[in-house]
Design a protein around this ligand. Structure first.
Ligand code: SF4
Length: 326
């Protein structure tokens, strides 16, 4: 591990000052410390933000939900409001990592976590994300777990978060605080596809701090859930996953929200699937027809072609689970 300095801040102003000077924010540290041990990350200064007042889950005036950036994954997963209003968030969190990690890791850290591409973590391998311009070992190497959507010549790594898939489905917003003040960024714009700059992963400006994630109000009742398909049933990342939320009134789907994980360089919004559902009556045929579009635009690699069909089936199954079958 490379030497670094460590400072603990007690208010946001102090945090922003340290961030502006190039300090790296740390809370649960469940990803960053691992990467520092492997010398993938080499921050000069760590800024411990665990003392900041960002640990609240609250219902907003407009009826949405605001989850503070420092709320632990386990706290968010078991919070009564999260469980009642957005089971899809609860389930995505509970299917993530391990109980120990969920007790440490925060919501802000979770969406900031870096890819699990093995070449990214191997400092002897070529990796444009770790070292811009060095190449991409995964493109010619073993790429079974890699992305089929949102890829570029430069990088094909998946985003590993589960709860980020739920946030993408629900059209969440990321609240940021920086030297220039507050701003709110749509979740889908916050995480960046690799393009020609895979080392840039979030739409963050220097020194900016995530303060919360807000889920907008949705019509009630909203049925939702998360399905994760993986090589083993515990402590494993998704090969494919689906977050689905449906509002059905008068026998017709009035609102449909869907996103996929394990397949995209960012959580993958399933806009075409959503469009096929809205205004229709729930049925087996509808789930199958909508899910057929889940992998539209996919570019499979040598070892991950199976994800195309697996994704369609994951989405179809989750639509059936959430929407029922007639
Ligand atoms: Fe690096 Fe991305 Fe290629 Fe993995 S897929 S080796 S993270 S550039």
């Amino acid at each position: 591990m490379h030497p670094f300095s460590f400072t603990k801040v007690s208010d946001t102003r102090e945090a922003l000052d340290a961030g502006r000077r190039g300090g790296r924010y740390i809370a649960g540290g469940t990803t960053l410390v691992d990467l520092m041990r492997e010398t993938v990350e080499r921050p000069e200064t760590l800024v411990d933000i665990t003392g900041l007042p960002l640990r609240e889950v609250s219902v907003t005036e407009r009826g949405g939900l605001r989850v503070g950036a420092l709320v632990r994954m386990a706290e968010a997963a078991t919070h009564p409001k999260v469980r009642t209003l957005y089971p899809v968030i609860s389930q995505a969190l509970e299917l993530s990592a391990s109980a120990q990690l969920r007790n440490m890791a925060t919501i802000g850290g979770n969406i900031m976590q870096r890819t699990r591409c093995t070449y990214f973590r191997d400092v002897t391998a070529a990796c444009n994300k770790r070292e811009p311009g060095s190449g991409c070992a995964a493109r010619v190497g073993f790429n079974r777990a890699h992305a089929i959507l949102g890829t570029s010549d430069q990088c094909v790594a998946t985003h590993p978060s589960d709860v980020a898939v739920a946030f993408a489905a629900l059209d969440a917003t990321v609240h940021l605080l920086g030297p220039e003040g507050e701003r709110h960024v749509p979740f889908l714009d916050f995480l960046l596809k690799p393009g020609s700059t895979p080392h840039r992963e979030q739409a963050l400006q220097r020194g900016e701090l995530i303060t919360a994630v807000e889920i907008p109000a949705h019509p009630r009742p909203l049925k939702s859930g998360y399905l994760k398909v993986r090589d083993r049933q515990s402590y494993e990342f998704a090969l494919t996953s689906a977050a689905v939320a449906l509002h059905v009134r008068g026998g017709v789907i009035r609102e449909a929200k869907a996103a996929a994980g394990g397949v995209g360089t960012v959580p993958w919004k399933l806009s075409t699937v959503e469009r096929h559902l809205i205004g229709e009556r729930p049925s087996e045929a509808l789930w199958a027809e909508a899910a057929r579009h889940a992998a539209d635009g996919a570019h499979p690699l040598e070892h991950n072609g199976f994800k195309v069909e697996l994704l369609r089936r994951t989405v179809e199954r989750q639509l059936r689970i959430v929407g029922g079958a007639k």
